[in-house]
Design a protein around this ligand. Structure first.
Ligand code: FAD
Length: 296
């Protein structure tokens, strides 16, 4: 495995598992373009209700095999039973996968629940059965999880997940630097001392961003949405993308300057916007100079 400079911020990319041949082509191209940046890991999401379990596993194994970049499956409480979870985790260990993103998961639209009620139960389950063989990342929410009764309650639940054995956390995406600052102060107050990596969503498609933000409770500031909406009305995607790139570059720069341990990009299986952000931040040069990974 490659040595990375202690100074270079942690870099990770998130994918969703492709659903058809066309998406698989896009996934492979994006995988290879982003792997060239020598990230610390690339993660693969799990569908609502656990619907993509085998596709997630296939995409994870594909990333490790084809790029040599460590891959991290997202696992969720929405599995049907604990035997199934153990089988999956055993298979991951056999394949050399030792990093997980552990979540409750989004509930399927028709309702239903999983084998555990909350991510903390799954963190405990992994620690109980696998000790410290997996590095565990969990989710956290600078703008509060939409189902939480209050920011303090959400923070306490986050602290409990950390005490149950999480090694690190990735945030839901956000666009407000103040929300991040406040959240980091709150975490310090609660003695939460694991690395918390901001999850960053490139701005490329307003309709999708609006839909996601509504679903996950991320705040889309008015000053951003007003401008983007105007460019969309005029069909001026070029200005929209340039503005999105500017806003997100600035946010990432401020986060890294303020001591964020790195950036986790929600790539949505597209390379272009993420690559441009990495280039603006100088992350591409830092990473590429650490050398190319062997693709074997
Ligand atoms: P939890 O930690 O269980 O928290 C969920 C809610 O319950 C919060 O409001 C919390 O405050 C509350 N809570 C926690 N513990 C308790 C308790 N003991 N008693 C009462 N309330 C409690 N979704 C997917 O389906 N697939 C993915 O691959 C995926 N990847 C993600 C990656 C990241 C980095 C992030 C930030 C989110 C991701 N999500 C994914 C979305 C995530 O599954 C949802 O936000 C989900 O609603 C909550 O997941 P959690 O792990 O934060 O849950």
């Amino acid at each position: 495995m490659m040595n990375r400079s202690a100074q270079s911020p942690q870099l990770s990319f998130e994918f969703f598992p492709p659903r058809n041949d066309e998406q698989a082509d896009v996934f492979r191209r994006t995988r290879d373009r982003l792997a060239a940046l020598n990230p610390d890991y690339m993660s693969v999401t799990f569908g609502a209700g656990g619907s993509t379990r085998s596709r997630t596993r296939d995409a994870v194994l594909d990333i490790q095999r084809e790029t040599g970049v460590p891959a991290a499956p997202h696992i969720s409480c929405m599995s049907e039973d604990t035997d199934g979870i153990r089988e999956l985790l055993d298979a991951y260990l056999d394949a050399g996968v030792d990093r997980l993103v552990v979540l409750r998961g989004d509930r399927p639209s028709g309702g239903g629940s999983g084998v555990f009620d909350h991510a903390i139960d799954l963190v405990r389950f992994v620690r109980e059965h696998y000790g410290r063989r997996f590095h565990i990342e969990v989710a956290c929410y600078p703008e509060m999880h939409p189902e939480a009764s209050s920011p303090d309650a959400d923070l306490r639940h986050f602290r409990d997940k950390v005490e149950a054995g999480a090694d690190g956390a990735i945030t839901q995406y956000f666009f407000s630097f103040s929300a991040w600052e406040r959240f980091m102060d709150d975490c310090a107050r609660m003695n939460i001392d694991i690395p918390i990596t901001p999850g960053i969503m490139p701005i490329t498609n307003f309709a999708r961003l609006k839909r996601f933000s509504k679903m996950c409770g991320a705040d889309l500031p008015k000053w951003i949405s007003k401008r983007i909406r105007a460019w969309e009305r005029e069909d001026d995607l070029r200005s929209l993308r340039a503005f999105g790139e500017d806003v997100v570059t600035d946010l990432c720069r401020r986060l890294l300057d303020a001591g964020a341990p790195g950036i986790h990009f929600y790539t949505l299986n597209r390379a272009r916007a993420t690559l441009r952000l990495c280039r603006n931040l100088g992350l591409d040069e830092q990473r590429e100079s650490a050398g190319q990974r062997a693709a074997s």
